[in-house]
Design a protein around this ligand. Structure first.
Ligand code: HEM
Length: 436
């Protein structure tokens, strides 16, 4: 990828989108085929057109891990992360980005390994209590896993979680996802529209967080005992209470839907793969729950490889640039798929097989590492990737040490290719492991 300096330079033509043998432009039947099974549609298109092709009028698909890596690295310069789904609800895109990046920087201190011990302890106890509360009965995993994840992450981020927060976060996250999934988006200023309701729930979430920030400022840093993410945000000398609230809100909004889908897939793997729970249990028994759990972590990484919740990602082109040798410019959108990259036989041995050992025995080759982006990459890599990995590893290890997991009734593990990849229907039940 290279940014094109001169506006006069003529970009090369992209390989045209080809249907059948005609090499014609995008047709209505393509839209139908895409909606039916987007992954199949895109893989067939890669087979016909190669790794890079124009798709529809302004979309450019990228299938080469090195090109995707460069685009992720250049995000913030030649490329942007996309539109504000609530129609510029807060302020101009530049202000939003500046606030966002500032919040990310300040939040980093609260999301690193140094902050992890107190946070991880709170999170582990939360997961343990939530698993116990749901044990011994059928659990709709698609429905319950997001709440499990966000309560765990909130316990990590905040030493004291306001009572109203988990429910308001769940409502806001589900409504925002509804707006993202809508095929016909109606603007947020239209009363009763999905975006309008999402905006109201985001406001309601903001009001609980504003109170939490005010209270913390009155009480003083560390007054509650354990250091947490909010302390880290408030110790940034230049941050106002409003900045701290906005940054906290940005970070915790990511704790619900996406990690929930990741946990749902893990539950499906644990319930259907004989011997998996036993191997995780043996590791946890040998190493204890406080240290590293390489096998449990490998199970999580392998599940994220086969089922990346964010299965499709986009970047808007901000400046004229060349991608894979082709010219793109403002108005174009780049599209790439962690799902396709992570199951591509060119980079992965036996790509469709669930094999956690691939993360233990041998380090994946450089190309494969670039083809592994469940948390994205570059400056806009998932702000909570360490926390996400930790919480999923803890959830898997706690389930394995205390419970057996089985499927209940009919399942449908066909993925929903909406803004998040999740199984359509999964009910599981975990029962305490009988004493030996
Ligand atoms: C465990 C599973 C998780 C996965 C697979 C995941 C995946 C992702 C991906 C792929 C992106 C980037 C999307 C893009 O570039 O278009 C992202 C962004 C983000 N994630 Fe996560 N995430 C997870 C957990 C979390 C958690 C626990 C948090 C909060 C603590 C979080 C907070 C965020 C935030 C704030 C962003 C936006 C970052 C930015 O644009 O600067 N995520 N996540």
């Amino acid at each position: 990828m290279a940014v094109v300096d001169s506006a006069d330079e003529q970009p090369e033509q992209l390989i045209p989108w080809a249907t059948g043998t005609s090499g014609a432009a995008w047709r209505a039947s393509d839209a139908y085929a895409y909606e039916q099974d987007p992954v199949r549609f895109l893989s067939e298109a890669v087979g016909r057109c190669g790794d890079t092709f124009r798709f529809g009028r302004n979309a450019v698909f990228l299938g080469d891990p090195d090109e995707v890596h460069t685009v992720l690295t250049e995000t913030g310069r030649a490329f942007h992360t996309g539109r504000d789904i609530l129609d510029g609800f807060r302020s101009s895109p530049d202000e939003i980005t500046a606030l966002w990046m500032r919040g990310r920087r300040a939040g980093r201190a609260g999301l690193t390994a140094r902050a992890a011990s107190a946070g991880a302890h709170r999170m582990r106890e939360r997961i343990r209590a939530d698993l116990a509360a749901l044990a011994g009965r059928p659990v709709d995993a698609v429905d319950q896993a997001p709440g499990l994840c966000s309560r765990a992450a909130l316990a990590y981020c905040l030493a004291e979680v306001p009572d109203a927060l988990p429910a308001r976060l769940a409502t806001a996250a589900v409504r925002l996802t509804g707006v993202l999934n809508a095929t016909l988006p109606v603007p947020a200023w239209v009363p009763g529209s999905a975006a309008h309701r999402a905006r109201a729930s985001v406001r309601s979430l903001a009001s609980v967080l504003t109170e939490a920030v005010e209270e913390r400022r009155r009480g003083g840093e560390g007054g509650h005992g354990d250091p947490d993410l909010l302390d880290a945000l408030l110790t940034d000398a230049d941050a106002s209470a409003q900045d701290a609230r906005a940054a906290l809100q940005m970070i915790i909004t990511g704790t619900h839907v996406v990690p929930g889908a990741a946990l749902t897939w893990l539950l499906a793997e644990l319930a259907t793969r004989k011997g998996l729970l036993g191997s995780i249990r043996a590791e946890a028994a040998a190493r204890g729950m406080d240290g590293e759990l390489p096998y449990a972590t490998a199970v999580v990484k392998e599940s994220l490889r086969l089922h990346p919740p964010v299965w499709l990602m986009t970047r808007d082109v901000a400046l004229p640039a060349k991608v894979a040798g082709y010219g793109v410019g403002p108005g174009d959108q780049l599209i790439f798929s962690p799902y396709l990259l992570q199951r591509d036989a060119r980079w992965w041995d036996d790509p469709d097989r669930f094999r956690p050992e691939r993360w233990l025995d041998e380090l994946p080759a450089r190309r494969a590492r670039r083809a592994y982006i469940p948390f994205s990459g570059g400056a806009r890599i998932c702000a909570g990737y360490r926390l996400g990995l930790l919480q999923l590893t803890l959830a898997v290890a706690l389930l394995a040490t205390q419970y057996t997991v089985e499927i209940v009734g009919d399942v449908d593990l066909t993925p929903t290719y909406e803004s998040v990849l999740a199984p359509r229907r999964l009910r599981v039940r975990w029962d305490p492991t009988p004493a030996r």
